[in-house]
Write a protein that binds this ligand. Structure first.
Ligand code: F6R
Length: 592
């Protein structure tokens, strides 16, 4: 949550450069944004509430700048609460991602010492703390980073901070928990919450480790142990993603782009995912107990994994939401395997759960998209989702990538790997057809028919149950229509009371052993006036609308995802919402 970006170098267009970086990071939070540059040894600042849009700040030329895009935690969405925050003298500009949990204790002595606070945030305390430490730190080339480390050591919570000293042309940063990446370019040095924001400048990056600090200047980029103050040699990595992968490339928005990237991605995974699936299958075989964790869509993929592993491979696993896993951890010990699912690799509930499981002796496997992310680095085995950057806040391609990898793993465990490779490739082809033929228009018509409704229910049984949960999540988070997914058998145990004439009900009815029972449930809601939207290989007279999907056996679960992605998308457009940045959400949930 929150995106941070900084630049110090040879180019005098720091404001423009920071704005471009912030646009790439906006998926992390879009309540407000701000940019600060140096001008005649003073900070010049522009902050605004709302999304960045086409804003072009009127800031002077400068070779040093930092910027922030906010997902509010402490203090309302106001310009005063937007970052960067300044020290009293207007020499330091500070940006922050995380929560300083002891900010009230830190603020009191600073107030007594005469520091003037201008916001309600936990962040501002850090700017004043560094100002204080700077006054007490011996003058020298490392003065800023020494003061920053000393302030950082007093912060409680998981934080990434970066502070520009425009008087000396340095940026110092430190982190514990929230992500921070340094970029090495010919034109200077950069930092960002996510390396995709750095790609237009460089693919040479350093992932700052927890408890490390950095000092950036035009000619130098140095890394320190923030606790001892000792300098450490930074590990420089060449990341694989190309800058083009982060651009819209002619699509109207990232959600459309990422939905359309699924066919090629699935065919790619069919070719390359087998090796990773093999390694994961070996770990599963060796484990005494297997747990799968994730949040949101990743949690739904975990639940789908439970069904696929049970039904295809006869393997029992325990699935939990990562945020609930700590309360179930008594059973985790040496011999256990925890498989963590996460697009960003930064979701704090996942990271915390993985660290706790590791302390108990469990091995960790991660299905993760973002290279170099915290989860990527923590895992004993990393299975890359290979989905490329996902910029829309909604998980689409990262969800189907997880399903594909789980399917490959389940078939590998069952000794039937070639079948899965064929299924995943065919799933890619089928989705390509769905996106190109008249089913897309049909889904647009369905959206048109239901976009004023208050509720939408989705039912599925067996492996389609997690897909029902995911379909409902896709619809509600982007259209704000209340949508709930249910196990087909559960609807009549209470929720059916909400069904009235015209209530839309999406029915996932694959040609498997769930078909008869799911259709029985569908008929019961139909009898109470529901409008049935069937997603099924088979037409049925009870369906008011029928979206035909192919019968691909266990891979039908993958095919059931895109119709709901498209439905959510069209509903969002019809209701006037931005599909890429739904209200209140952020893509990477790095705070508890
Ligand atoms: C839903 C969505 C979220 C994420 C969840 C976990 O469309 O995007 O529910 O799936 O926040 O995020 P990752 O996968 O990054 O751990």
């Amino acid at each position: 949550m929150c995106g941070i970006f900084g630049y110090v170098g040879r180019d005098e267009n720091a404001a423009d450069l920071v704005m471009r970086g912030l646009k790439k990071l906006e998926y992390r939070g879009y309540d407000s944004w701000g940019v600060a540059v140096g001008h005649r040894s003073r900070v010049v600042l522009e902050r605004r509430i709302g999304k960045i849009g086409d804003a072009a700040p009127d800031l002077p030329p400068s070779a040093i700048g930092i910027g922030h895009t906010r997902w509010a935690t402490h203090g309302g969405v106001t310009e005063d609460n937007a970052h960067p925050h300044l020290d009293c003298a207007g020499r330091l500009a500070l940006i922050h991602n995380g929560i300083v949990s002891n900010y009230r204790e830190l603020r009191e002595p600073l107030l007594r010492a005469g520091h003037r606070f201008r916001s309600e945030t936990d962040t501002e305390v850090v700017a004043h703390l560094i100002e204080d430490c700077l006054a007490a730190t011996p003058v020298g080339p490392q003065q800023l980073v020494r003061a920053t480390m000393s302030a950082f050591r007093r912060l409680h919570g998981l934080n990434a901070i970066a502070v520009a000293d425009v008087a000396t042309g340095h940026i110092a940063a430190a982190k514990s928990g929230s992500p921070l990446v340094l970029g090495w370019s010919e034109r200077g040095h950069l930092l960002a919450s996510d390396f995709s924001a750095l790609l237009e400048h460089t693919r040479r990056v350093t992932f700052v480790q927890d408890g490390q600090a950095a000092l950036l200047s035009r000619d130098d980029c140095r890394v320190f142990d923030a606790h001892t103050g000792d300098e450490v040699t930074p590990a420089v990595t060449e990341v694989e993603w190309e800058v083009a992968a982060t651009e819209l490339s002619g699509y109207p928005d990232y959600m459309t782009k990422e939905i359309h990237e699924q066919p090629a991605m699935l065919r790619r995974l069919a070719e390359t995912g087998g090796e990773h699936a093999h390694r994961l299958a070996v770990m599963i075989r060796e484990a005494a107990d297997v747990f799968i964790i994730g949040c949101g869509s990743a949690g739904h993929a975990g639940l789908a994994a439970q069904y696929l592993l049970a039904r295809v491979a006869g393997r029992r696993v325990t699935v939990a939401s990562a945020s609930e896993f700590p309360y179930l951890m008594d059973f985790v010990g040496a011999g256990a395997l925890v498989i963590a699912l996460s697009q960003s690799g930064e979701t704090i509930d996942v990271i915390d759960a993985v660290r706790a499981a590791r302390r108990r002796g469990a091995r960790i496997a991660a299905l993760v998209n973002v290279e170099g992310s915290t989860l990527w680095r923590l895992a004993d085995l990393t299975v890359p989702l290979s989905a490329g950057p996902e910029r829309c806040v909604l998980a689409t391609k990262s969800f189907t990538a997880k399903l594909a990898l789980v399917l490959l793993t389940a078939y590998e465990l069952a000794g039937r790997a070639p079948e899965a490779i064929d299924l995943v490739a065919r799933a890619g082809d089928e989705i390509e057809r769905l996106l190109a033929d008249d089913r897309r228009d049909l889904i647009r018509q369905i959206a048109d028919a239901i976009h004023t409704r208050e509720h939408l229910f989705v039912i599925g049984r067996g492996p389609s149950y997690p897909l029902a949960l995911e379909a409902a999540l896709k619809v509600k988070e982007v259209s704000y229509i209340h949508a709930e997914g249910f196990a087909g058998g559960d609807l009549k145990h209470g929720v059916i009371a909400l069904v009235e004439r015209g209530t839309p009900c999406l029915v996932l009815a694959p040609s498997d052993e769930t078909y008869d029972d799911i259709m029985a449930g569908a008929m019961q809601v139909k009898a109470r006036g529901a409008m049935l939207i069937g997603v099924s290989p088979t037409p049925h007279e009870a369906f008011d609308y029928h979206v035909p999907v192919a019968d691909l056996g266990a891979a039908t679960a993958i095919l059931n995802a895109p119709p709901a992605q498209l439905l959510g998308y069209y509903l969002a457009l019809l209701r006037g919402h931005d599909p890429d940045k739904p209200r209140n959400l952020a893509k990477s949930v790095t705070v508890k």
